[in-house]
Design a protein around this ligand. Structure first.
Ligand SMILES: *Cc1c(COP(=O)(O)O)cnc(C)c1O
Length: 402
């Protein structure tokens, strides 16, 4: 039987069984649901897009997968060339992996080994943000700051190699002043912290981070697994502030297959390049550069470019601001909107109990967590459909008046 994620299996509600999916819709036996979560923020072009389905089936007729150890193939070459050309600055070197968590592990390993390769053995610490989420593998959990993972702290004691700071410039400056000799990197979800509660912060924090990283020789890692491909209203936040290492996942393949990439700039790549085999990057997921995933990712990027997605996302933001304007309820702490993300944070999470079923009955799939009710819709959503998603939220609060 299936062991479901983040669930107490004994008390879990039966998951909705999906029989078909098309565009922004999921189909169950008795309902047609707008997916307001985009399957964990990844299905930006909607389901069963003919171009994406074709990319997969055509590649499958040649081969679905060959390993990248000692072999290479056109889909991986084309995708890495495309990313090198499409991503800002000198982010040119693409290390593929099968999931965002693994790609974060690769980024952290890269940053640490970059300094080890130069004989700098003191730079073992990582600076990261409170409320950060970087994935569920162990080092990713460590740099993350999720209360659900605090059992790790209980088991292993304080994590001395990770320093967490809030998204305030004074805290950033203080951390650099205190620890700069021991830091190998600063890792952030830029502008929008997703799983930590859709928390939004200002680009000035990232600009200052870039300056301090330059001054003290610390590598800056952007985990854009969630924010990449337009979610913040920017194509990538890396377009505004250039990191040394960029991590992409989720929407990389349009959400059609699990794949991710860690992209390094010239400086980082140069720290590994040379005649010494011990300075090579020792990592190699079995399914890295999977041919189906690379083929569909290429087409997904093409759709993103040709479909003028940044204006679509601006439109989603405008409609969202307009629709959410009047929303008021004593249980609401804050409504946050950025690009293709809206989050209603409530003071007490029990207020959101029953929301999922309420939305289901009205034709929307939603998955609130803790104190956060949010939507991250597929960018192909129509105005009418988006108004419906937001309307169901408003209706819920209207009938939950105290
Ligand atoms: C989802 C997510 C990850 C982990 O990606 P997986 O593919 O689930 O392993 C890492 N970082 C951020 C910011 C994410 O949102």
């Amino acid at each position: 039987m299936i062991w479901y994620p983040y669930q107490q299996m004994k008390t879990m509600r039966q998951p909705y069984k999906i029989l078909d999916a098309q565009g922004v819709y999921l189909y169950t036996q008795d309902q047609k649901l707008i997916d307001s979560v985009s399957s964990w923020w990844s299905v930006i072009h909607g389901y069963k897009h003919p171009v994406l389905t074709r990319a997969i089936t055509e590649q499958a007729r040649r081969f679905s997968h060959v390993m990248l150890g000692g072999l290479t193939h056109e889909p991986a070459q084309l995708l890495s060339d495309k990313l090198a050309q499409w991503l800002p600055g000198d982010l040119d070197y693409c290390f593929f992996s099968d999931s965002g968590s693994v790609a974060v592990e690769v980024a952290l390993k890269m940053a640490l080994q970059y300094y080890m390769n130069q004989g700098e053995r003191r730079r073992t610490k990582v600076l990261s943000l409170t409320h950060a989420y970087h994935g569920d593998t162990f080092k990713a959990m460590e740099v993350g700051d999720d209360e659900d993972y605090h059992f790790i702290l209980e088991a292993y004691g304080e994590k001395r190699d990770v320093i967490h700071i809030p998204t305030r410039i004074d805290a950033l400056e203080e951390a650099f002043a205190g620890y700069h000799e021991e830091l190998n990197c600063l890792i952030v979800e830029p502008l929008l912290q997703g799983a930590g509660g859709m928390r939004m912060y200002d680009v000035s924090f990232l600009r200052r981070a870039r300056e301090l990283c330059d001054r003290y020789g610390v590598l800056l890692i952007f985990d854009e697994v969630a924010t990449g491909f337009g979610r913040t209203g920017n194509r990538f936040v890396a377009d505004l502030v250039l990191p040394d290492i960029l991590v992409l996942g989720k929407a990389l393949t349009g959400g059609y297959l699990g794949h991710a990439v860690t992209v390094a700039g010239h400086k980082v790549y140069g720290g590994f390049y040379g005649d010494d085999p011990e300075k090579a990057l020792m990592h190699g997921p079995t399914f890295m550069g999977n041919a189906l995933a690379c083929s569909v990712a290429l087409k997904s990027i093409q759709l993103f470019e040709e479909g003028d997605y940044l204006s679509r996302i601006r439109r989603i933001e405008e409609i969202t601001r307009r629709e959410m304007k009047g929303l008021a309820h004593p249980g609401i702490r804050e409504v946050r909107i950025m690009g293709g993300c809206v989050c209603v944070e409530v003071k007490d999470g029990t207020l959101l109990q029953g929301y999922q079923q309420f939305a289901y009955e009205r034709g929307v799939f939603s998955r609130p967590f803790l104190n956060y009710l949010y939507a991250m819709v597929p960018y192909v959503i129509t105005e009418e459909e988006l108004v419906k998603v937001l309307g169901v939220m408003k209706e819920f609060f209207a009938i939950r008046q105290p």
